[in-house]
Design a protein around this ligand. Structure first.
Ligand code: SUG
Length: 442
């Protein structure tokens, strides 16, 4: 077994964090459209979460926010002139478009990319494919900036391969690690890659949801597995349950979370869940000669709608350096009696999960993003870790600098109708300039 580390990368929430109702299939985003957001509180909640993980002894790193509003995206719609002219014209002509190019949705780092550790692949390099996020316009504009960020962090091309995003087509719609789980007895052992898709992107007869358009395609997941050179023996694909998608499960990480040899999921997560789990367990057993702990939550205990409301399955499941397994839930779970009962049972002596902790990420939750959405997991070797820039790793000093930076630069109240405000545009630009010096990234 290799000595490896799992790094959680969280994106810093940006100064334009707002509730614009941009994701139809995401119940929280839809329901909270038009609410007043608090970007300062959102960014501070994100930092508290990162500090919490760093204090547990995990490696925690930050991604910078993307520039928003993204003026270059407005140029694709025919707007011309200075940045200020473009902003004014877009606000007048199409406030929805302005909301889309102002969204801070890059904060959900689980959608930034799919990552395969070097110990899992044939060429022994760490592979990253930034997600194309083609299903929604406000998210697809993240892809090129995300690629730049990866290039500035994972610079050493003899250790890291950063692929282009998959070709921008509905057939290859890709939402990154939110639909991918790496299973293995320990992080340092070659992983089994569990990819979950919502639909096929080619003519097919697979069952489909009635109301919502599934985001991840089977072909996108297969393409990533090929680009990343994951051996066929270590691949497993399953389809999301169309009923779950219609209940608001727009990504698999809203209904399933895994870590090492544990998989926690809802009874209605997959199309024919019992068959999927039976085959997944068999594959795991034949690879590792030991059991995959599958913890299934029955509909009778926690309904699909309660699972979506509380985001229980969007918890982070982590192993601490002293080998404890902790489930980090959003505090919203504490408000549900059925989820509370379940969590109490879960940490009983028989379960492989030792502890449950809760974190307040309410500002993100109101847009449908819980703790697991906010992080991208990257398993690295010692040599790979040493090749990453130091300035992005969370510690007491970085936490202090970033907290002060947020307090200096962020607003406490923002409405979607404020997004065309020129002062907000200048403030956001100023904040990002200051941040470059703190993180020491180009
Ligand atoms: O893509 N919400 C995001 C939430 C993504 C959560 N990520 C994971 N499950 N991994 C989305 O739907 C809402 C933005 C708005 O409405 O203003 C938004 O984009």
């Amino acid at each position: 077994m290799k000595n490896v580390f799992e790094i959680n990368f969280d994106s810093l929430v940006g100064p334009t964090h707002n509730y614009s109702g941009l994701s139809e299939d995401n119940i929280a985003s839809h329901k909270n459209e038009g609410l007043s957001s608090n970007p300062k509180q959102a960014a501070l909640q994100g930092l508290e979460k990162m500090k919490f993980l760093a204090d547990l002894g995990l490696k925690q790193a930050v991604f910078p926010p993307h520039p928003r509003p993204l003026i270059s995206a407005l140029k694709h719609f025919g707007f011309k002139g200075s940045d200020e002219d473009i902003l004014r014209a877009a606000q007048q002509a199409d406030p929805h478009l302005l909301s889309a190019v102002s969204s801070a949705s890059y904060m959900w780092a689980a959608n930034a990319a799919t990552v395969t550790p070097s110990l899992d692949v044939l060429d022994k390099k760490l592979h990253i494919t930034p997600a194309n996020l083609v299903t929604s316009f406000h998210r697809t504009i993240e892809a090129s900036e995300t690629a730049q960020i990866f290039k500035s962090i994972f610079k050493n091309s003899s250790l890291f391969t950063i692929h282009s995003s998959l070709f921008s087509s509905a057939s290859l719609a890709d939402e990154g690690a939110a639909n991918h789980t790496r299973l293995c007895p320990k992080h340092g052992v070659q992983g089994l890659h569990f990819f979950v898709y919502g639909r096929s992107g080619l003519p097919n007869t697979l069952p489909r949801p009635k109301y919502f358009y599934p985001r991840q395609t089977l072909e996108a997941s297969q393409a990533i597995a090929r680009f990343h050179q994951i051996p066929a023996t270590h691949l497993f694909f399953a389809q999301q349950n169309p009923e779950a998608i219609d209940a608001g499960v727009f990504h698999n990480d809203v209904i399933c979370v895994g870590n090492e040899n544990i998989l926690l999921y809802h009874e209605k997560a997959f199309l024919d869940t019992s068959e999927v789990i039976k085959n997944l367990k068999m594959t795991y057993q034949s690879l590792y000669n030991e059991e995959l702990y599958c913890i299934e939550v029955a509909e009778s205990k926690i309904s699909l709608s309660e699972a979506v409301k509380t985001y229980l399955f969007n918890s982070q499941l982590i192993t601490t350096p002293n080998n404890k397994t902790i489930l980090i839930t959003p505090t919203d779970c504490l408000e549900s009696s059925s989820v509370n009962v379940f969590l109490k049972e879960l940490v009983s002596t028989k379960s492989p999960i030792n502890e449950v902790r809760s974190l307040d990420v309410r500002q993100s939750m109101l847009n449908g993003g819980g703790p697991a959405c906010l992080r991208l997991r990257v398993v690295v070797t010692e040599e790979e870790l040493a090749a990453l820039p130091r300035g992005i790793f969370m510690d007491d000093d970085l936490f202090y600098s970033l907290t002060q930076w947020v307090k200096r630069n962020y607003r406490e109240k923002l409405l979607p109708s404020d997004l065309g405000n020129l002062d907000l545009f200048y403030e956001s630009r100023q904040a990002l300039n200051e941040l470059n010096e703190i993180l020491e990234l180009s």
